[in-house]
Design a protein. Structure first.
Length: 165
């Protein structure tokens, strides 16, 4: 079974939600991290025209796709990145992470048929969508933190809330 390697497709005619003001960033390990916003919100992590939001959270049973990869109860969701700026946005350094529970346990990501990583670039005026899958126990889904780190130059965007059991 091979994993998808294609560039994340542009999402035509998507309605870009109004970005919420997340508050003042804090410094964590030398990086600016925005305070968490609700999973349903959109965030503009900088003033360069980028908006990031999450959609379509679903629960699924996931088999590990790569050798050594953990499977089990998982969540799947889409990450959307819109570029309203004048320059393309390179997604080569984009990292999405998930943590859950009071202890913020890191969730294992799963690359498989349900996943479509965000790769390539986001051209000005376009939106791209990537699909992420992370193993999260059903009993821990009432306290999930999703971090989207676009690049070393951008603030880390953080979303928090409940996901489907």
């Amino acid at each position: 079974m091979s994993s998808p390697v294609a560039t994340a497709p542009e999402t035509p005619d998507v309605a870009v939600p109004e970005a919420v003001e997340p508050g003042e960033p804090v410094e964590v390990d030398g990086r600016e991290v925005l305070p968490p916003v609700d999973l349903a919100d959109a965030v503009a992590p900088s003033s360069d025209g980028v908006t990031i939001w999450l959609e379509d959270f679903t629960a699924l049973e996931q088999a590990g796709g790569r050798p050594g990869e953990v499977g089990g109860p998982a969540i799947q969701f889409d990450v959307l990145v819109h570029n309203d700026g004048e320059e393309p946005i390179d997604l080569a350094t984009l990292v999405v992470t998930v943590a859950y529970g009071a202890d913020r346990t890191p969730a294992e990501d799963v690359i498989g048929e349900e996943s479509l990583p965000l790769v390539g670039t986001v051209e000005p005026g376009t939106t791209v969508r990537g699909t992420m899958v992370f193993v999260v126990p059903p009993e821990e889904r009432s306290n999930v933190l999703v971090s989207v780190d676009l690049s070393a130059d951008a603030r880390v965007t953080v979303f928090e809330g409940d996901v489907p059991q």
